[in-house]
Design a protein around this ligand. Structure first.
Ligand code: NAD
Ligand code: UFG
Length: 339
């Protein structure tokens, strides 16, 4: 079985490539390296002692996608490629709509041309907006609060329309909660360009001394300690969710939708404490104002994925913090300059 992984050099994509190779899938990667480095794929090969085919190609260029499908008979696509910074998407929405939507349309058109009609799409818990109750089930109402989230919602709808028009498509919409952590080898991990937007990369850069202190965006939420609560999920558990999805995709299920989360909520303060324990470092922090657009709490009901995919997250908060720290201290400046 040959799987095309778009965005495979990125954070979640590279971890998924490892698990695909471990399960003996053939892997082809398309990535334009706009938010990643080819070094991640070298390390994927190193971890697995297996090879994969890499194309530095842009989903905005249909000819480049067509060339990949001409070279390889692809059985299914895992579609990670996209821009993902919420704040940036508010500043430059057209770039987000163009990259994420047009890139996906190009990909789907080429898949259609080559009669490859199996796709796993990286959606997000952001499609639930501010949920009325917790935990979040797949049938909850959907809404978007920023252009990034809107691209996820629009792509979900595009894929559902595609299936309505042609029942030969098989589509998995995987709604990720908050991916954190790194491969236990410490060879691959999250490598954000510039100052991180997300909590855990920020904490780990404070721990390694690259940043001075964490700003906690509000401690007056209606949560047990007043700070925001999220369903943090280890990226390797998340990658394994894709591995469990593929066999089901090949049974012609039509459209499937799953939450990929742990079902547990941890607060910002609990993450800082967990990271202090894992790294044996003090993490200085200050309380600042709420970040506009943030919700108080968000966690998944992952029961559907457990029942239908036989998948559940197994790694703990301490695993997430330990593995993030192992990656960060072995690669203090990410993939660029390593020890
Ligand atoms: P990432 O930025 O590390 O990976 C995305 C990859 O896509 C990058 O390597 C980037 O270079 C590539 N890419 C972007 N536009 C492209 C294009 N036009 N053509 C080819 N390659 C392109 O992000 P990630 O955290 O690994 O996220 C993967 C997917 O999961 C994204 O779609 C993201 O929106 C989604 N997601 C991420 C999170 C999260 O918190 N990390 C949460 C929910 C959903
Ligand atoms: N936070 C801080 N300080 C920081 C960064 C974050 O206090 O420096 C807080 C936030 O206020 C929030 C929590 O930490 O309460 C988590 O914030 P993140 O930015 O790490 O994650 P979000 O839940 O805001 O969003 C992430 C991705 C989205 C995705 C969503 C659900 O960035 O793209 O998870 O999957 F949609």
């Amino acid at each position: 079985m040959k799987i095309l992984v778009t965005g495979g050099a990125g954070y979640i994509g590279s971890h998924t490539c490892v698990e695909l190779l471990n399960k003996n899938y053939d892997v082809v990667v398309i990535d334009n390296l706009s938010n990643s480095s080819e070094e991640s794929l070298k390390r994927v090969k190193n971890i697995t002692s297996k090879s994969l085919s890499f194309y530095k190609a842009d989903l905005l260029d249909k000819k480049e996608i067509t060339a990949v499908f001409s070279d390889h008979k692809i059985d299914a696509v895992i579609h990670f490629a996209g821009l993902k910074a919420v704040g940036e998407s508010v500043m430059i929405p057209l770039k987000y709509f163009h990259n994420n939507i047009t890139g996906t349309l190009n990909l789907l058109e080429v898949m259609n041309d080559f009669n490859t009609k199996n796709i796993v799409f990286s959606s997000s818990a952001t499609v639930y907006g501010n949920p009325a109750s917790l935990p979040i089930k797949e049938g909850f109402p959907l809404s978007a609060t920023n252009p990034y989230g809107r691209t996820k919602l629009m792509i979900e709808e595009i894929l559902q329309d595609l299936y309505r028009s042609d029942k030969n498509w098989n589509i998995a919409l995987l709604r990720y909660f908050n991916p954190v952590g790194a491969h236990e080898s410490g060879k691959i991990g999250e490598d954000p360009f510039g100052i991180p937007n997300n909590l855990v990369p920020y904490i780990s850069q404070v721990a390694v001394g690259a940043l001075s202190q964490v700003s906690i965006f509000g401690n007056d939420y209606d949560t047990p300690d007043g700070t925001g609560v999220r369903d943090f999920i280890h990226v390797v558990d998340l990658a394994l969710g894709h591995i469990k999805t593929l066999p089901k995709l090949f049974t012609n299920p039509g459209v499937m939708i799953y939450n990929l989360g742990t079902g547990l909520g941890y607060s910002v303060l609990e993450m800082i404490k967990g990271f202090e324990a894992a790294s044996n470092k003090k993490i200085p922090y200050k309380i600042t104002r709420r970040r506009p657009g943030d919700i108080a709490a968000c966690w998944a009901d992952p029961a559907k994925a457990k029942a239908e995919l036989d998948w559940e997250a197994n790694k703990t908060l301490i695993d997430m913090c330990k593995d993030t720290w192992n990656w960060q201290k072995k690669n203090p400046t990410g993939y660029q300059k390593t020890q």
